[in-house]
Write a protein that binds this ligand. Structure first.
Ligand SMILES: C[S@@+](CC[C@H](N)C(=O)[O-])C[C@H]1O[C@@H](n2cnc3c(N)ncnc32)[C@H](O)[C@@H]1O
Length: 338
């Protein structure tokens, strides 16, 4: 049993790089457990019953079907959307009555054609239907630092624009899952600060039919309510996880999400020591952020090597401070992640 700063590692198996049929504990920290195995195996195991009705937020980025296969072997086409949707009913059983599922998914393009795949959208619809879930709200996660792609259509033929966002879908079993937007306020824009200072703006009826009262905009709250377009720059090469991988000769996870993304939704959709789960944990960004925000967490990951390197996130006291400084902003105002 090895003791690490911020983490207590109970088991640290050096297992082969294959998908297991059973689920075992990869490691534990004071607030969370990483399960080693597939989510299918987890959902069929007694562990699943143990957590039924207890998870406040399932936050994840599933292995999306790409034209070129990633290291972790993504499923393709309809096989993918059916596989994902089949998980929905059992994932839903894990939720508390006011719990949420938030899923991030990138865009894909038809192989060899300047045509977008609609698979992400089909996957969402199938997931909602099979899980009998509502779409509480749709978000866009915009990455201004994203390299131009698909390169052939954007850079060479110049017939498409840079593909620079991912979909983030917030789903729930009820119309009113727990949420508190006061936890994710952004700093006021310069123009709003000016308006608050001068007290001057045009009240009355707007062309949009909105009626703006004489004092509607004069109350200074703790910040502005963010829009559902999150601007998160993820250029990261200097975060602690990446550093650890470099120093130890480990190949970093190829599809890590920026820290600011789970941070935003954990703050918005959970409180106190609520339980957060990531069924496709990868480098365990979700678990590490949950731990830092003093939530409880469970994560499931199929590949042993990703589990092994994800431990580094708990060795350091602070999670990805560099990464967090680079991320931050929410259109139109800035989200400072505080
Ligand atoms: C897009 S990555 C998640 C990355 C993660 N959000 C992060 O920040 O590191 C998807 C992960 O799902 C894992 N995976 C694929 N199939 C799985 C399954 N059936 N059960 C559990 N994990 C699986 C892959 O190994 C991969 O690490």
């Amino acid at each position: 049993m090895a003791k690490l700063a911020g983490a207590l590692i109970l088991e640290a198996p050096k297992a082969p790089q294959r998908k297991r049929k059973s689920v075992v504990i990869g490691y534990k920290t004071a607030r969370g457990t990483m399960f080693q195995g597939t989510i299918e195996a987890f959902l069929q195991s007694p562990r699943s019953a143990e957590y039924a009705g207890k998870v406040q937020l399932i936050f994840t980025s599933p292995p999306f079907p790409l034209n070129r296969k990633k290291a972790y072997g993504n499923k393709q086409g309809e096989e993918f959307s059916t596989w994902l949707a089949d998980l929905a009913p059992n994932l839903k059983k894990l939720l508390t009555p006011t719990g949420s599922i938030v899923m991030e998914m990138g865009n894909a393009w038809e192989p060899g054609r300047p045509v977008m795949s609609v698979l992400a959208l089909e996957s969402l619809l199938q997931f909602l239907k099979k899980g009998e879930l509502q779409l509480a709200q749709q978000f866009i996660c915009y990455n201004p630092a994203r390299l131009p792609s698909p390169a052939q259509w954007v850079n060479v033929d110049r017939i498409r624009l840079k593909d620079a966002y991912t979909h983030v879908w917030w789903m729930a079993a009820t119309d009113r899952p727990y949420a508190d937007n006061r936890q994710v306020l952004t700093p006021y824009s310069k123009s709003m600060l000016h308006l608050l200072k001068t007290g001057k703006y045009n009240s009355g009826k707007r062309p949009s039919e909105h009626h703006i009262g004489k004092t509607s905009f004069l109350t200074k709250n703790k910040g502005a309510i963010p829009a559902n377009v999150l601007t998160i720059t993820n250029t990261g090469t200097g975060d602690v996880y990446q550093k650890y991988c470099r120093e130890n000769g480990i190949k970093p996870h190829p599809a890590r999400m920026p820290v600011a993304l789970p941070e935003f939704f954990i703050k918005l959709l959970t409180k106190g020591d609520d339980l957060v789960m990531d069924p496709f944990a990868g480098s365990n960004t979700t678990g590490a952020v949950a731990q830092q925000l003093k939530r409880k967490w469970i994560s499931v990951e199929a590949k042993d090597e990703y589990i092994e390197s994800s431990k580094s996130r708990f060795v350091m006291r602070k999670v990805d401070t560099n990464d967090k400084q680079r991320t931050v902003s929410n259109s139109p105002q800035s989200w400072n992640g505080k």
